[in-house]
Design a protein around this ligand. Structure first.
Ligand SMILES: Cc1cc2nc3c(=O)[nH]c(=O)nc-3n(C[C@H](O)[C@H](O)[C@H](O)COP(=O)(O)OP(=O)(O)OC[C@H]3O[C@@H](n4cnc5c(N)ncnc54)[C@H](O)[C@@H]3O)c2cc1C
Length: 405
């Protein structure tokens, strides 16, 4: 095993950084750290940057991150423009039909909604020729010491870095290795959800249709005029079904049982679920950590502060957090940089994680009474698009970290 033989001084030549994860936070870290003079390696366990057609949002402060990376025009071209969000109940009776921004707090003409794959491809394109990407591999062991971090990869290689950054998502292995088991940081929000693709049997276009009963939701997202839609099932469960994680048949059984007596399009969705080869099932939870760094290792994005889809802010937090972490490391010792990152970014994260309180209560009530209250709220919502987003979306003014070292 080789070790770096110099202290990680900001002025001691090119510092080596290993980033785990090449989805949203990973490529943003790579882009900026390369610009700040770091020698960057990104390791990704998948065979390519994470794809996926489901829509994700880029709002508020996060728009400035993608603008500074030069990909705002490309993302504007990829904007999905969902036009309608329709709520149903019972056998398919309409409760309300609204512009999606009335629910999400998005701002017409400014905020973006793109397929996740379009964002990850755009981010990857900004940095793919400048830094080393290692796909189909991941960190096996990590040994921090005075001079650096010694890594062995599952592929068998052993290398040393000055700093390691975990951008490996909600179930971060980097976090587990350095901070301990996920259960310590996971705040379960009372639901489990599944997404999978299925045929667009209703001929939906640029819209979402969501059916609810107390504790259950089923939705179809049509991001364009495609033959396929994204199916979504959400069910309230008092405890996370830990035994279902990693067991696809157990997930199918859990969902089929939870939705067995339901009307509307749900039987068709359950049939598609049985055939699906892209089922993604998870608990709805947030990652909350008292610190995002330990020694020479720090976390960004969902690994450090996943806010859950109930906030719609996961992608924006990953973009902003990665920008802030990279900038905070510019010209600083790692411990100073990590401290600055936490100091300058924590409030923004807290405010956005806090959006879950109203979001969850609004969209996925678990009692008949709460559902009726939600429906009344929806019927009273104005159809006018908002001119200003939620304050949390723009609660951080992005610093300029000048490029001169
Ligand atoms: C179904 C679904 C719907 C969502 N909807 C929205 C939405 O509407 N709006 C929104 O803003 N956000 C949404 N999100 C959340 C959004 O996708 C995430 O918040 C965002 O992608 C976080 O980016 P990240 O880079 O931190 O982590 P991730 O995107 O999770 O990326 C982590 C990367 O690390 C890789 N990885 C994992 N483990 C390892 C390992 N051991 N070694 C190497 N690589 C590893 C993964 O393969 C992946 O590429 C949704 C998420 C899901 C799953």
């Amino acid at each position: 095993m080789t070790r770096t033989n110099r202290a990680a001084s900001p002025a001691a030549g090119r510092r080596k950084v290993l980033i785990s994860g090449a989805s949203v936070a990973g490529p943003v870290l790579a882009f900026w750290l390369h610009r700040y003079g770091y020698e960057v390696t990104v390791v990704e366990k998948a065979g390519a940057p994470r794809n996926g057609g489901y829509p994700i949002d880029i709002r508020g402060t996060a728009l400035e991150v993608v603008r500074r990376m030069g990909i705002l025009p490309r993302l504007k071209d990829a904007h999905i423009e969902l036009r309608r969000l329709t709520f149903l109940q019972g056998g398919g009776d309409e409760v309300a039909s609204l512009h999606p921004h009335a629910i999400t707090g998005g701002v017409e003409g400014r905020d973006l909604e793109v397929r996740r794959g379009d964002l990850t491809a755009a981010l990857y394109s900004t940095v793919r020729d400048d830094v080393e990407f290692v796909f189909d591999d991941s960190i096996s062991t990590m040994d921090q010491h005075e001079y650096g971090v010694d890594i062995t990869f599952h592929g068998g290689e052993a290398r040393s870095f000055d700093v390691v950054l975990g951008a490996d998502g909600t179930h971060s292995r980097t976090r587990e290795m350095v901070f301990g088991p996920e259960e310590r940081f996971r705040h379960y929000l009372g639901y489990c959800f599944a997404v999978f693709t299925m045929r667009n049997t209703l001929g939906l276009s640029h819209e979402t249709v969501m059916w609810n009963s107390p504790g259950r939701a089923a939705a179809l997202y049509a991001v364009g005029e495609d033959d396929e839609v994204h199916a979504f099932l959400n069910v309230a469960l008092p405890d996370p079904p830990d035994r279902a994680f990693g067991d696809i048949e157990a997930q199918r059984t859990l969902l089929t049982t939870a939705f067995r007596d339901v009307g509307w399009e749900v039987p068709t969705m359950l049939a598609a679920l049985r055939e699906s080869d892209d089922l993604y099932f998870d608990a709805v939870s947030q990652i909350r950590m008292p610190r995002w760094s330990s020694g020479r290792v720090a976390l960004a994005g969902d690994a450090a502060y996943a806010p859950s889809f109930l906030t719609g802010q996961g992608t924006s937090l990953a973009l902003v957090g990665a920008y802030m972490l990279a900038g905070s490391l510019k010209g600083r010792y790692h411990n100073e940089g990590f401290a600055a990152y936490e100091h300058d970014t924590r409030n923004f994260v807290d405010l956005n994680q806090g959006l879950v309180g109203t979001g969850g209560a609004t969209l996925f009530p678990v009692t008949a009474e709460a559902l009726e209250q939600r429906n009344t709220r929806l019927r009273n919502l104005t159809a006018m698009p908002a001119r200003e987003g939620r304050p949390a979306h723009s609660a951080l003014t992005l610093p300029e970290f000048s490029l001169a070292t």
